[in-house]
Design a protein around this ligand. Structure first.
Ligand code: XUL
Ligand code: CO
Length: 436
């Protein structure tokens, strides 16, 4: 079998002292932490779009990257080679999962029927490669934002014919995700938002989006697809305002339209920061509402206001994320999908491996730090102490609903000024750094 990454060996764990750039220093797939292996905890996935289809183009410049598997002029041959290269990559890196959009894996044909035939051919090969390698599908999704027909959105398009096209596309993408044993299906609102309210009927568009998601839920049940449906919040880009702007907005939307039981969230780190939140905040919000599902692991750039989709390297972030995820009981159907791409000057195949190795090591360290933080109950103790007074008679009365404004006025008149307590933020930050 032809290799597309012939210079890359199998990536192995060599420990923190290794100076081999093509080895893990911290990620040891079979190392057991809190009763599960690192591989089971972290459930790493490689994304198809950036990793195999991202060629370094940006708003100001042409693609900079040339990949061996893209050289065929025949689009279907190119798609097949890309898929083979992808499975070689997953296997050499040692990840157990992948994620894709329908249009990443097979090129569009002249009609929807031809496009679907092409997808079927590629999906048959993907099924074979999954069986040969044991690599599984974390989630599938639809690209209903790149083609010009979706310039004004998909489910929120002013044209019902575009809505219908998007529905047909999601139907097919759910079928192939199911066929490939996908553990989830993602809805990210590509262009589901607006550029200006001067031409937008917001209420109608939101109603249409909800109708679309209800149809997706119905079709999921009809198919017998057991995977999780995820909403992936993002506040802007490509549109000025995306309807699925953050976890709280998505929660309100799902609740309002009676969809909350059917979905979980796929939280992306860089989307959180674009929304003016931390990754930590979005995870905490999702977990607090029983909506946590999966993660698109990446990071932005402090100085740039767009979705730079860089590989995660910040141990502070990975530690806090894994701390919350572990504390919430870990992933079930979700995982850590690297929705990230190498910079446009990183043109060698090695760079793709370096990027993923570094990101996997960063999360492995995050996991180890988080397990120690949890075992020592560092924040649990501090938080329990900070809220301890809620266990008093007064606290209980408020929490159980026994207290009223009048009873609280009487309490305050009797007891006077409340005692103040330090929040100990700096101390806790120092302790956190001891674990990193
Ligand atoms: C876009 C983004 C998407 C989704 C899947 O910012 O994150 O790649 O993850 O459509
Ligand atoms: Co994403």
């Amino acid at each position: 079998m032809k290799q597309f990454f012939p210079t890359i060996p199998q990536i192995r764990y060599e420990g923190p002292e290794s100076d081999n750039p093509l080895a893990f220093r911290h990620y040891k797939a079979d190392q057991v932490i809190m009763g599960k292996t690192m591989a089971e905890h972290l459930r790493f996935a490689v994304c198809y779009w950036h990793t195999f289809k991202g060629m370094g183009a940006d708003m100001f410049g042409a693609p900079t990257i040339v990949r061996e598997y893209m050289k065929s002029k025949n689009p279907m041959k190119q798609a097949e080679n890309t898929l083979r290269a992808a499975f070689e990559f997953f296997t050499k890196l040692g990840v157990n999962f992948w994620c894709f959009h329908d249009r990443d894996i097979a090129p569009e044909g002249a009609t929807l029927a031809e496009t679907n035939e092409r997808l079927d051919k590629i999906v048959a090969l993907a099924e074979k490669l999954q069986n040969d390698t044991g690599v599984r599908l974390l989630w599938g999704t639809t690209n209903a934002f790149s083609h010009p027909r979706f310039m004004a959105g998909a489910a929120t398009n002013p044209s019902p014919a575009v809505f219908a096209y998007a529905a047909a596309q999601v139907k097919k993408a759910m079928e192939i995700t199911h066929q490939l044993g996908g553990q989830g299906y993602v809805f990210w609102g590509g262009r589901e938002g607006y550029e200006t309210l001067l031409n937008t009927d917001m209420k109608r568009e939101l109603d249409h989006l909800a109708r679309f998601l209800h149809m997706a839920v119905e079709y999921k049940k009809k198919l017998g697809f057991q995977g999780t449906l995820y909403i992936e919040p993002k506040p802007k880009e490509p549109t000025k305002h995306q309807y699925d702007s953050d976890a709280a907005a998505c929660y309100a939307f799902l609740q309002h339209y009676g969809l909350v039981k059917e979905f979980k969230f796929n939280i992306e780190a860089n989307h959180a920061t674009l929304a003016g939140h931390t990754f930590h905040h979005e995870l905490a919000y999702a977990i607090a509402h029983g909506m946590f599902g999966s993660v698109d692991a990446n990071r932005g750039d402090l100085l740039l206001g767009w979705d730079t989709d860089q590989f995660p390297t910040d141990l502070y972030e990975t530690t806090l994320a894994m701390y919350l995820i572990l504390k919430a009981g870990g992933f079930t159907t979700g995982g850590l999908n690297f929705d990230a791409h190498v910079r446009r000057q990183s043109i060698d195949p090695e760079d793709l491996f370096y990027a993923h190795i570094g990101a996997m090591d960063a999360f492995a360290r995050g996991l180890k730090n988080a397990a120690r933080l949890l075992a020592d109950g560092v924040f649990e103790r501090a938080i329990a102490q900070r809220y301890a007074e809620w266990n008093s008679e007064l606290g209980k009365q408020i929490e159980t609903g026994a207290a009223t404004f009048a009873s609280l006025e009487a309490y305050t008149l009797e007891h006077g000024e409340p005692a103040l307590a330090s929040g100990r933020q700096e101390l806790l930050e120092n302790v956190l750094n001891q674990y990193i």
